[in-house]
Every structure is written in structure tokens, then in C-alpha cells.
Design a protein around this ligand. Structure first.
Ligand code: CA
Length: 434
């Protein structure tokens, strides 16, 4: 029986050689004794590292994953020490020039005919492997960068305010520090959190499982090269530090959040879990998707001003078309190109006080919502805080129920009319343990 060679991809495959996102996987038969989403073990910076459960850096090609370290070794590449690792950390830390060099080498490995016989046995069907959290998350920050999302929340919760946006919103990208230790890989169950809640009608707070468990459709940016404490990272240096992006679901317990957030912001209503896709798409794969962000309607301070000539030829927006599904039914299609603050502005703002970056820092864009209701990136917007339930083929929904599965996918325009697929992020709600 002849078998299709995975190096011969179908025309238009969104995970073709123009994409090549990175992940970490264990091949079939590895002694996997850790739960999906557990943090990779720390790895020495040099040489081959054999993780206990066989995890290794992989590069996605179609519905296969290439064992990148094994390919590097088989082809005599100098990048073995970066790729034969149980985590993306060493590659992330290597910096922009090396990222480009490694990507160029990988592209050759999967496209040059002379390499086919060597590379073919190093491709594993995705259906046979276990995918892991691809890097050790250092700090995790989440922003609030979509004007449509922030305006919707403002209309719901501050109906008497003169404008839906807070006075600072158009002047700085608002964010908060989240919990890096609970960032989990796609496919990890999310246990419904329990906590305190108190509605205005209640005389005292009550404790119990969240009754308003929600999603936030976001894009996560992954920092590779660190920065120096005390030295801000200017807008123009964004691509020197940020390696790539992933899809991110910032699970949110709205009832816990509403009671706890004044005056210091999100805490337990967010920190129980944040899911990311198993694949990190390098920014280099997304050059054709770069777009000018929405027009700025307030003058920006110089460190955030991306209309300046020095950065105007590096448009900061990305045209990512996100789809959110609940139990297999599409509930929203948020367009990332509508997000007001760019990832470069977020990075500049996050470091303008001298705070430094570490390899593995992750920052979320904030919920991506477009202008129209079918583009809202959270259930609180899609149902207007539960007032207007979604009508799904399997019943009505306001917030998430136990057993619900939420999946985000996305694609971006690629070179020459191709599409660049982003890895999905999915999670199922497990009953509260509390
Ligand atoms: Ca968020």
C-alpha cells in the first residue's frame, strides 16, 4: 500500500513550509507520566537533553510534526544545541538573527529534495504525539487593548459614566500581571473555580463554584530575547525581543471578578487557568499579515507614538481571523486587526518604567472584539451579561456549563495568497472541586 509522503502537502495547506510553527511534543510510546500542560523540566543550555517523557522541540508541517533536534543532528546542523531540547527556551533566548537562521534552515530541510529521505522518518503524525506547554512561562501580563471590548464592558458596568472608556484608555495600554504558573497547554481541562461572590442584591458574600464562567479570545505574544533592568524597550525594538504569537483563552469567572476587582484589578477570577495553543507561530511567518492598526483618536506620548517615521514602516497590527466555537458551533469571529493597541506598544509600555523582560514572558492582547455582535470575544458581551442567551443547536447558553468545550482557531494571510494557520487552543470545563 503506498502512502502519501507528508512532505508533499496538499495545495494551500495552512501549515505548509511558509508557516512552520514551533511546539514541544513526546512521540508515541514515550513514557509520558505527566499531565498535559505540566511545565517542561529545566534544561541545560548546551547539548542534547533527554527529557524523562521524551519531550522535544517539534515543528508542524501539515498534520505532522518534525522532530527538529533529530533533523538538525541528521543533517549536521549547528542548531542541534538549540533544537534538541525539551523546551523552546534556548531557541527563544537566542535572539532575532538566530531565529531567522534556524527558520531558513528548517525551510530547507522540508523543501529541498536532497533532504527528503533523511527528513521523512523524522515526521510524526500529530495524532500519535502528545503536545506539551512549549516553553516555561516566565511572567504573564494581560492587556485590555480592544476598544470594542473595553467599550462594551464600560456600557454594561458603568452605564452612567460620560463615556464607555475610562479617561486613561486612549493614552496607555491598560494591563495587569497575571499568574504564569497556571498557563496551560491546549487540551488541558479547566476546573470550574470556586470563590466569593456578592451581587448588589446580596447582603453578604457567598462562597461556591462560579456561576458566570466565561472565555476571553486573545492573542498571546511570546518574548524571546530578554532586556536589561532599567532600560526601556522602544517601539522599534519589538521584533528584537518578541519571537512569536499563540492563541490564548483567558478563562474568566465574572462573578468572582465583579466582587474582588475594586480597587486592585483581576485576581482569583482570572488566575485559575489561562490556556494557550501548543504552537508558537514565529512573527517571521506573519509578515504578509501585518496591517496598520486603527486610527489613533488621541495624541500619543512619544514612547507609544507609532505614527513616527522611524516606526511607520513597521506596521504594528496583525490581520488574524479568529473563530471561537462552543461545543463545535461557531459563536464568534473576532478580527484581531481591529485591536487598538499593538503588541509593540504593549511591550514599550510594559518596559517604559525600566521593568525588564525575561525569556518566556507571555503577554495577552486582551479580549479581541470587533465592532459587530458576531465578532465579540467573550460570552459576557455575546449574551450582554446573560440577558440575551445564545441559541445553540444543543440548547441556550449564557455562561459556560460543565462539560462545555471551547475551541479557538485562527488564520492569517500568508505570502502569495496562502493562509498561515495558527494552532488551536481548546479546553473543556470540568466540574468544580470545591
Ligand atoms: Ca483578558
Amino acid at each position: 500500500m503506498s502512502e502519501q509522503n507528508p512532505l508533499d502537502l496538499p495545495e494551500g495547506d495552512p501549515f505548509g513550509p511558509h508557516n512552520l510553527p514551533y511546539g514541544v511534543f513526546s512521540p508515541a510510546g514515550s513514557a509520558t507520566d505527566s499531565a498535559p500542560g505540566s511545565a517542561p523540566g529545566s534544561a541545560p543550555a548546551d547539548g542534547h537533553v533527554a527529557a524523562r517523557d521524551g519531550r522535544r522541540v517539534g515543528v508542524r508541517l501539515g498534520s505532522y510534526v518534525l522532530d527538529a533536534g533529530a533533523a538538525a543532528a541528521a543533517l549536521g546542523s549547528p542548531y542541534v544545541s538549540l533544537l534538541a531540547q525539551p523546551t523552546l527556551g534556548p531557541l527563544l533566548a537566542a535572539g532575532r538573527r538566530t531565529w531567522s537562521d534556524v527558520r531558513r534552515a528548517l525551510t530547507a530541510w522540508v523543501t529541498v529534495p536532497a533532504h527528503r529521505d533523511i527528513v521523512r522518518p523524522l515526521l510524526h503524525p500529530l495524532s500519535d504525539v502528545t503536545l506539551h506547554l512549549p516553553f516555561e512561562v516566565a511572567d504573564y501580563v494581560d492587556f485590555y487593548a480592544s476598544e470594542h471590548h473595553a467599550s462594551n464592558l464600560g456600557r454594561m458596568f458603568r452605564p452612567d459614566a460620560p463615556t464607555p472608556l475610562t479617561p486613561n484608555w486612549k493614552h496607555l495600554p491598560i494591563g495587569y500581571h497575571g499568574r504564569s504558573g497556571t498557563v496551560v497547554v491546549s487540551g488541558t481541562d479547566v476546573v470550574r473555580p470556586a470563590g466569593q461572590r456578592k451581587t448588589p442584591a446580596d447582603t453578604a458574600p457567598v462562597f461556591g463554584p462560579s456561576t458566570k464562567l466565561d472565555i476571553e479570545a486573545e492573542v498571546g505574544f511570546v518574548v524571546g530575547a530578554p532586556s536589561t533592568l532599567g532600560t526601556p524597550v522602544p517601539l522599534a525594538d519589538f521584533r528584537e525581543h518578541v519571537f512569536g504569537l499563540c492563541l490564548l483563552n483567558d478563562w474568566s469567572a465574572r462573578d468572582l471578578q465583579a466582587w474582588e476587582y475594586v480597587p486592585l484589578g483581576p485576581f482569583l477570577g482570572k488566575s485559575f487557568a489561562t490556556s494557550v495553543s501548543a504552537w508558537v507561530t514565529p512573527l517571521e511567518a506573519l509578515d504578509a499579515a501585518r496591517v496598520v492598526p486603527p486610527a489613533r483618536t488621541e495624541p500619543l506620548l512619544p514612547y507609544l507614538d507609532d505614527s513616527a517615521e522611524s516606526v511607520a514602516d513597521e506596521p504594528g497590527g496583525y490581520d488574524l481571523r479568529i473563530t471561537v466555537s462552543l461545543n463545535g458551533h461557531v459563536i464568534s469571529e473576532p478580527p484581531f486587526s481591529t485591536v487598538y493597541w499593538t503588541a509593540a506598544q504593549q511591550l514599550a509600555h510594559m518596559t517604559v518604567n525600566g521593568a525588564s523582560l525575561r525569556t518566556g514572558d507571555l503577554y495577552g492582547s486582551g479580549t479581541v472584539s470587533g465592532p459587530s455582535p458576531e465578532q465579540f470575544g467573550s460570552l459576557i458581551e455575546l449574551t450582554w451579561n446573560g440577558r440575551d442567551p445564545l441559541e445553540l443547536p444543543d440548547g441556550k447558553r449564557t455562561f459556560l456549563e460543565d462539560g462545555d468545550v471551547v475551541t479557538m482557531t485562527a488564520w492569517a494571510p500568508g505570502p502569495d495568497g496562502t493562509r498561515v494557520g495558527l494552532g488551536e487552543v481548546t479546553g473543556r470545563i470540568a466540574p468544580s472541586g470545591g
